[in-house]
Design a protein around this ligand. Structure first.
Ligand SMILES: [Zn+2]
Ligand SMILES: [Zn+2]
Length: 159
C-alpha cells in the first residue's frame, strides 16, 4: 500500500473516486483492470518523494507495471515517455484481441464480418457467427466446406 493510504477504508474510497473520475483502467497504458492480470495501484502524479500530496488531484489509477516503470518520474514525464508509448500499443492490441476484433496472422479470413459488440459477430459470406458458439472468427474458415480444399485435390487424373 502506498504511503499516505494506510487506512484501508480511505484507500478504498480513493479508488472508488478515481474509477468514477477516470474509468476502471490504468491512466497511463489504458489497460483495463482484470483480477489476476492487471492490478490497480494508486499512483502519485508528483511522487511523494518529490513533495507530491495524497490528494485526489495528485492521484491516478495505474497498473502495477506502469507504476513500477514510472519509478521516480512525475506522471507527466512518464506519460510522454517512449517506454509508455510502446506499452500502450501492446495493451491496445491485447485488448482488441480479448474483444475478438483482431485476427492472428494465421486466421481464416472472413471478408464481410460484422461486429455486434461484446464479442458477437457474423460473417455475411459464409453465414458463420458467434451464435454457433464460435468464440472467435479466427477459428473457423470462411468459405463453405466444399471450397476448403484446393481445386487440384478434386481433380484426380489417373494415367
Ligand atoms: Zn498501465
Ligand atoms: Zn466468413
Amino acid at each position: 500500500m502506498p504511503r499516505g493510504f494506510r487506512g484501508g477504508e480511505k484507500h478504498a474510497r480513493a479508488i472508488e473516486s478515481l474509477i468514477a473520475r477516470d474509468g476502471d483502467c490504468c491512466w497511463y497504458c489504458r489497460g483495463q483492470f482484470v483480477p489476476g492480470k492487471r492490478t490497480r495501484t494508486i499512483d502519485h502524479v508528483i511522487p511523494l518523494a518529490a513533495g507530491g500530496r495524497s490528494r485526489l488531484d495528485n492521484l491516478r489509477l495505474a497498473c502495477t507495471r506502469c507504476n513500477h516503470a514510472k519509478g521516480a518520474l512525475t506522471g507527466e514525464a512518464y506519460a510522454v515517455s517512449r517506454g509508455l508509448a510502446i506499452r500502450q500499443r501492446l495493451v491496445a492490441k491485447e485488448q482488441r484481441r480479448i474483444l475478438g476484433a483482431v485476427l492472428p496472422k494465421t486466421a481464416y479470413h472472413h471478408p464481410r464480418i460484422e461486429w455486434f459488440g461484446e464479442g458477437r459477430w457474423a460473417c455475411r459470406s459464409c453465414h458463420v457467427s458467434s451464435l454457433a458458439g464460435r468464440w472467435s472468427p479466427a477459428t473457423v474458415p470462411c468459405q463453405p466446406p466444399s471450397r476448403w480444399l484446393p481445386l487440384t485435390a478434386w481433380v484426380r487424373v489417373d494415367t
